[in-house]
Design a protein around this ligand. Structure first.
Ligand code: C5P
Length: 403
């Protein structure tokens, strides 16, 4: 046993599907056991054609589960209990068929029902022929899994069982082990304990009259993912949220709901004094109506009303002016052209330490999506590119960069 492994004592459900890479699952199982984990293998009916349950049960010291019940005794195998028992679930190899079932909730075998019942982190290591891997159906299903928060362990390029060469080889067991170990290392990371973090998220609504407003398409998902990740690492988080329909992701987060940019500014001015990190993720409306009407504008008016606007306060720039020694201020930039130049200009003008650039041009990134791709630019000009990942993973990468 590796005494220092973060997998020691962890409960892992290892899901095995019917693909030629199933032979590598034996090594993966051995590595998990060597690292001190308790492993329950769940195999699909097709998986058993590739690797025998006898090998797997001998190595895991547990009967392998495949059917909903044992035929001769009638013993019921509870996928719900298994899902609750698991500290994580690793599906390796994951075939196109199982990925499709997982993405769409087709619960016709024990592996998929366990997946749907699992409350813990799920890792998916696809393995298939290159054309299956590249098919839009597969890529769409993998994107769906990513959007559910599953971690996809991308297959490698290389020789495939078919004799073809391309992307589809299951990642090597040693590397799958590393990904799972890193996850648990991070999960036990409470290095931000005692740190105070202020986050703004979502849009702001600027009232025109009692029933209308100026707003934008922000849903708050990126800011909420950041709040969740900071809280998970032990930080004391205050989340100032514009009008969004998201639940607070962690009961340790203090949430202040606001409507307009002015209300958001007031909350931030009050809260930012003793914060160690302030992350301005909100898509604040730049303009508000000059006068908010107390009665609904009527359509029956002869003239089309003219809306006069006034500039909203810039919250990030205000905090930038108030910034004290030791405080880190992070802003976001959503650009459509000359992206880097505009982002760097904003970083300097608002006295930020980092700016996270979202490109409207990357499919799957930006407003409302569950995924994002960003560039993190620091004050000294260093740039870190984060490719398309779930917003939870992007949040983790952003925090790794700024601390
Ligand atoms: O200037 P622009 O709106 O593009 O800058 C984006 C950054 O500034 C984001 O971090 C956003 O949260 C912040 N911002 C703000 N107050 C505003 C406008 C933007 O805090 N009124």
């Amino acid at each position: 046993m590796t005494p220092s492994s973060p997998l020691e004592g962890k409960h892992i459900v290892l899901g095995i599907c019917g693909g030629i890479a199933a032979y590598k699952s034996v090594s993966l199982l051995r590595l998990f056991i060597k690292a001190g984990a308790e492993v329950q293998v769940v195999i699909t009916p097709a998986g058993k054609q590739f690797i025998t349950p006898v090998t797997l049960s001998a190595l895991s010291h547990k009967p392998v589960v495949s059917e909903f019940f044992t035929a001769n005794t009638g013993e019921w195998h509870s996928h719900v209990d298994l899902g609750m028992w698991a500290d994580c679930m690793v599906i390796a190899p994951a075939t196109a068929s199982t990925i499709g079932k997982m993405a769409n909730g087709i619960a016709d075998n024990m592996l998929v029902t366990t997946y749907l019942s699992a409350k813990s982190q799920v890792f998916v290591a696809p393995a298939m022929d290159l054309d299956m891997m590249a098919h839009p159906s597969t890529t769409r299903n993998i994107d769906l899994l990513r959007s559910y928060g599953n971690i996809i362990i991308e297959p490698e390029d290389g020789y495939l069982a078919s004799g073809l060469v391309g992307k589809g080889r299951m990642e090597e067991p040693e590397n799958i082990l590393k990904v799972v170990e890193q996850f648990f290392e991070k999960a036990s990371d409470k290095t931000l304990k005692g740190k105070k973090v202020l986050i703004t998220a979502g849009p702001t609504y600027e009232k025109i009259d009692p029933v209308r407003f100026i707003g934008n398409f922000s849903t708050g998902k990126m800011g909420f993912a950041l709040a969740a990740e900071f809280a998970r690492r032990g930080a004391d988080v205050t989340l100032v949220a514009g009008p969004v329909s998201l639940p607070t992701p962690d009961h340790n987060i203090r949430r202040i709901d606001v409507m307009s940019a002015r209300e958001m500014l007031e909350a931030c001015e009050t809260e930012c004094g003793d914060s160690d990190y302030a992350v301005m993720c909100a898509a604040v409306a730049d303009y508000a109506p000059e006068n908010e009407l107390d009665r609904k504008i009527k359509r029956e008016h002869e003239d089309v009303p003219v809306l006069r606007l006034k500039k909203n306060p810039d919250i990030a720039a205000t905090l930038g002016r108030m910034k004290r020694e030791g405080q880190t201020l992070v802003g976001f930039a959503l650009e459509t052209d000359h992206e880097l130049e505009h982002a760097v200009e904003k970083l300097q003008r608002k006295n930020l330490d980092f700016i996270v650039l979202n490109s409207m041009r990357t499919p799957g990134a930006g407003f409302g999506t569950d995924t994002n791709a960003v560039t993190i630019i620091s004050r000294d000009g260093t740039k870190a590119e984060i490719g398309l990942k779930s917003k939870a993973e992007v949040a983790s990468d952003i925090i790794d960069n700024i601390i």
